[in-house]
Unconditional design. Structure first.
Length: 381
């Protein structure tokens, strides 16, 4: 073997040795990284377990404080109110208990909700199927289902969003609802012929309001133009009045105003009393109790009935569940405002306002859009 061949062999061995050393170093780093990862993972698990236990302890302490003081819980029909901090604790506790108890069904629900990026509210509604869970002014309300109330039977899968952005309720391909809009002065001049040609079946028109600060009754400045334009184009109409009555006398005054305004017009749809929360410090109805609001509503609605019109209520989740006693108003049809499909509201309603951002020919800009499940124009109804 000559010297050149020896040098080549030594060079080859050197390269091999370097590769072995590099591989050994890489392997060592991999082992170290794997070890660190395992340690960190264990630490994270213990950390979150500790956090869960602390949150569970907090929840238990909070409940004990509630029971002891009686001041942290406000009750209306056995409702319970929680702050955001307490709700976070409830969710954490539910997860911890599900893990500890190996509750596969609950874990599957939580996993699916979290993977979908669902909100705390959505998760809570799954965890508490025997309650109506709602959020208002930073507080979560857990309201037990009222079995003495009529429940709606609408199936979520039957609400169909159409290409034009409108919604209908269909069963086996048959549309079971009528399409409508509700309007006020905020829609300005309306081309009612174009509205009719766009397939709108009915219109609910604001007749007026009572001011939330001064308390004066004001006619909607577009009421007459709207009701006459709709009727002229053979669009069945109803009306609504925004109440701010603070007592029975004012409720009766509002009803008399509406009756006077309707002279000479024929309605197919009800006269709706619009009950809403005005989030203003100067709102004159802020101090009313549920009982007072309910009594005021009954005075208005019964006077409307006496005048020969169909009385009904308009409201959202807060209106119907926190502001009035729904059981005392069970006899009146409801027009419910809920803007998220599927609709989360268990009780019966005849009309649904599903968006305040609808687009309809003949109306400039956005307009409230509705579907009605009841055929008010039918003699059978």
């Amino acid at each position: 073997m000559d010297s050149r061949e020896k040098r080549v062999r030594r060079s080859g061995r050197s390269r091999l040795q370097r590769r072995v050393r590099i591989l050994a170093v890489i392997t060592s780093f991999s082992v170290i990284i794997t070890f660190i990862t395992i340690v960190v993972s264990i630490g994270v698990c213990f950390y979150f377990k500790k956090q869960s236990m602390e949150m569970e302890a907090f929840a238990e302490q909070a409940m004990q404080e509630r029971e002891g003081s009686g001041q942290a819980v406000q009750a209306v029909s056995d409702e319970v109110i929680y702050t955001q901090e307490e709700v976070d604790s409830l969710v954490t506790t539910a997860v911890t208990n599900a893990i500890d108890n190996e509750d596969a069904e609950l874990l599957q629900i939580l996993r699916g909700r979290l993977e979908n990026g669902d909100s705390t509210m959505t998760i809570l509604r799954d965890l508490y199927p025997d309650h109506v869970v709602m959020l208002d002014s930073g507080q979560y309300y857990f309201l037990p289902l009222q079995e003495d109330l009529a429940f709606n039977t609408y199936a979520n899968e039957n609400f169909v969003a159409e290409e034009n952005g409108l919604v209908s309720y269909q069963k086996e391909g048959e549309v079971l609802t009528k399409k409508g809009i509700d309007v006020s002065k905020y829609q300005g001049e309306i081309d009612w012929e174009a509205v009719k040609n766009d397939g709108i079946d009915f219109a609910i028109i604001r007749v007026g309001i009572r001011g939330y600060s001064e308390g004066g009754i004001v006619e909607d400045e577009f009421f007459r133009r709207n009701i006459e334009g709709a009727i002229a184009n053979e669009i069945p109409v109803g009306v609504y009045f925004f109440t701010q009555a603070v007592n029975a006398e004012e409720a009766l005054e509002e009803a008399e105003f509406v009756i006077e305004m309707l002279q000479g017009y024929s309605l197919t749809y009800p006269v709706y009393l619009d009950i809403e929360d005005v989030k203003k410090e100067s709102c004159r109805t802020n101090g009313l109790t549920m009982e007072e609001r309910t009594e005021n509503a009954k005075v208005f609605l019964e006077r409307i009935r006496e005048a020969g019109y169909e009385p009904a209520l308009y409201g959202n989740m807060k209106s119907f569940l926190l502001m009035v006693d729904l059981a005392s108003l069970e006899q009146y049809d409801k027009w419910f405002a809920g803007y998220t499909l599927p609709i989360y509201y268990p009780y019966e309603y005849k009309m649904l306002q599903y968006s305040e951002k609808g687009r309809v020919a003949g109306v400039t800009g956005q307009v409230d859009v509705n579907i009605c499940f009841k055929d008010y124009g039918s003699a059978e109804e």
